[in-house]
Design a protein around this ligand. Structure first.
Ligand SMILES: Cc1cc2nc3c(=O)[nH]c(=O)nc-3n(C[C@H](O)[C@H](O)[C@H](O)COP(=O)(O)O)c2cc1C
Length: 309
């Protein structure tokens, strides 16, 4: 794809809009616009002007069960001519053929080797090994390194690594293992170009790597149609402490309580998606600064292993 740095931003619904994607692509990585569970074709169209005249490759990511209910979402994405389309969290593969017909490469996030094999059999060009430590939704089955190494051993397509990569050390580790690139989510959430509010960014900066939990409590309370196999990794708070594992007892009042907490940015109750790499976030920075630091630190570490004459 002609990237200068092997970094792809994860397509994060509500966090990675066109501004963040454009900044990642300008900094030499692959910027991805993320469309999450509340995506619509109109919301995607509103983000596309940021990448329209980039003259650099960019990608678009969406959620499979959301896209399945809104055919115009995929139509809008493909009409924008991304270099890469990622459709996550479902195993109906018609979108792969649609992507290929439009000359677009297809990427699938997978939680284990059987899923990876199904994605490749369905024609996926790139597979993302999404480890359990990653932020946001995902099937938390295996940690990033054991998943990545297993997929690299068994697949012939390029494999990207996702989950917990928030530092130059993490980037160096997955590249040394053989990943073609890192698929980085949480480390970009606190960037100036993300769609998150200043208060959310500050909350992310104050979190440590033991502050996350995987839970369905928020999705069940809000009535989102996420399958039970796909919890989300969030910053743990009073709401998750109270309801995680007891989702069947959530009453109709919970949705209203949560909506109010989200609107008021009351982080003792409202959810913030983040992976275990959140502890590495120390300041609100631009995407260019984050990519510069990740890539220069990784390059320095990897150069130690270069064979000397
Ligand atoms: C705030 C946030 C929102 C996310 N939204 C999406 C999404 O809409 N679609 C998707 O495929 N993945 C989404 N993810 C998951 C990422 O694609 C990726 O698996 C994860 O960010 C990698 O782990 P990391 O956050 O530790 O870097 C999201 C992750 C975060 C942190």
């Amino acid at each position: 794809m002609g990237l200068d740095v092997p970094i792809v931003n994860a397509p994060m619904g509500g966090a990675a809009g066109g501004a963040l994607a454009a900044a990642v692509s300008r900094a030499g990585g692959l910027g991805m616009i993320g469309m999450g569970s509340s995506a619509t074709a109109a919301k995607l169209a509103a983000e596309l002007p940021h990448v329209a005249n980039l003259n650099r490759p960019f990608g678009i990511g969406m959620v499979e069960w959301v896209a399945a209910g809104q055919p115009e979402l995929l139509d809008t994405a493909l009409a924008a001519r991304p270099a890469l389309l990622s459709v996550s969290f479902g195993e109906r593969w018609e979108w792969v053929r649609r992507a290929h017909d439009a000359g677009v490469l297809a990427a699938a996030q997978v939680p284990d080797l059987p899923s990876a094999r199904r994605a490749v059999d369905a024609g996926a060009d790139i597979v993302i090994a999404r480890g359990a430590e990653g932020g946001g939704h995902g099937e938390p089955r295996v940690g990033t390194l054991p998943l990545l190494t297993e997929l690299l051993d068994h697949l012939d397509v390029p494999v990207l690594a996702a989950g917990g990569i928030s530092s130059g050390r993490g980037l160096a580790a997955v590249l040394a293992a053989g990943a073609s690139a890192a698929w980085v989510g949480t480390a970009f959430t606190a960037c100036t170009e993300s769609l998150l509010s200043d208060a959310t960014r500050e909350r992310l900066l104050s979190a440590s790597n033991t502050d996350t939990v995987t839970t369905r409590a928020f999705d069940v309370a809000l009535g989102y149609a996420w399958p039970p196999s796909l919890p989300e990794r969030v910053l743990r708070n009073d709401f998750s402490d109270r309801w995680d594992g007891h989702e069947e007892s959530l009453g109709p009042d919970a949705a209203a309580e949560l909506a109010e907490a989200i609107a008021g940015e009351d982080f003792t109750r409202s959810p913030i998606n983040a992976g275990q790499g959140v502890g590495a976030l120390t300041a609100v920075r631009s995407v260019a600064e984050v990519i510069g630091q990740l890539s220069s630190e990784a390059a320095e570490l990897l150069s130690r292993w270069t064979t000397r004459e």
